[in-house]
Design a protein around this ligand. Sequence first.
Ligand SMILES: [Zn+2]
Length: 410
Amino acid sequence: MHDPVLSLFTESLGIEEPWYVSSVEFSREQKRLDIQLEYRKNVQFPCPQCGGTNTDIYDRQDHSWRHVNYFEHQTHLHTKVPRVWCHDCSRDSNGVRLVDVPWTRKMSHFTKLFEAYVLQLAKDMPVLAIARLVGERDKRIWRIIRHYVDQARAKEDFSNVSRVSIDETAIARGHKYVTVVADIDERKVLFVTPGKDAAVVDTFVEDFVSHKGNPEQVTTVSCDMSPAFIAGTQKAFPSAAITFDKFHVVKVLSEAVDTVRREEQRKHPELKRSRYVWLKNPSNLTTAQAETLGTLSKQNLKTVRAYHMLMNFKELWQQPKAFAKPFLDKWYFWATHSRLKPMIQAAKTIRRHQQGILSWFDTNVTNGLIESMNSLIQAAKRRAKGYRNVDNFITIIYLLLGKLKLHLPT
Ligand SMILES: [Zn+2]
């Protein structure tokens, strides 16, 4: 019997032979669509274990899957899935196995298309909002995302990686951190792990090697000036040059400028709430902030002097390589004679890490990578109003920045 409506459903659901849609039940009140599937008689299902077709159907089990909505109707597929006895590899009654059905993966309550839809949403939307939108519990949504991310990560190949950046990012305000390792050339996240101590570099190397990465081949490691990362890197990648990129170096000085400002604002209340005036690039200031900067700059303030030191330092990266060292020496003399304690301290930190700062002129690590990754991670965190669960946070970072090849229907 050929019913054109059922054929249409079979086709639009992407259901393939020997399966077909046998009936469709539509409930206007429940806004729900229930679709029954059947398979052709006399089909020989292959054994899911060995792939052979020397099988008999043993029994059938009821199964249901959530599918993508049809015109705002919750859609569910139902069928009896055969279990087969394989004459080649089943030995006893425990050898009876559920056959593979093409629209879902094993142990999932959802069709592959539904899961693809969820993953697409997860790139822009917090999981709680997805759960509300599709009417499923967030735990189930997380399980889907984690499955595809883990599967794709298992297939990652790091054999061509030679330049990496290591950075930490806070999972919640202040406390917990994760460390993010990225491939500088492919601009993608390779690895994320909880913590920010020297051991995280060891954990990374372990994962790196298990994905065919070669530590000897790593020539450049870009990181911040934390002693933990430096020690871990020197041990794990003995042939790598450590580069402290612009973003992290400037951060040390920005913090020093802010310390000067906070001390000074006790006598100069006009400095209150001017933090970002000094920290943002002048081109990113709002009109009001630019006006504040203009007014304050005319006064004889310590903060203004510190600010000029910061702005001047940023010009280091525009110097030709041969002038970089003399530039830094001159700047160091100026900063250490400023009588501004936070600036003197920052200058000494910079001097101690001079080699890794100047190595940038050989390695030319793109400064934008870490900054842009950081801002994408922070944006995801804001959308989700923070993550309480570290594993979920890590999964989302992989999904957004891992450039993973997710195994999904299109
Ligand atoms: Zn078999």
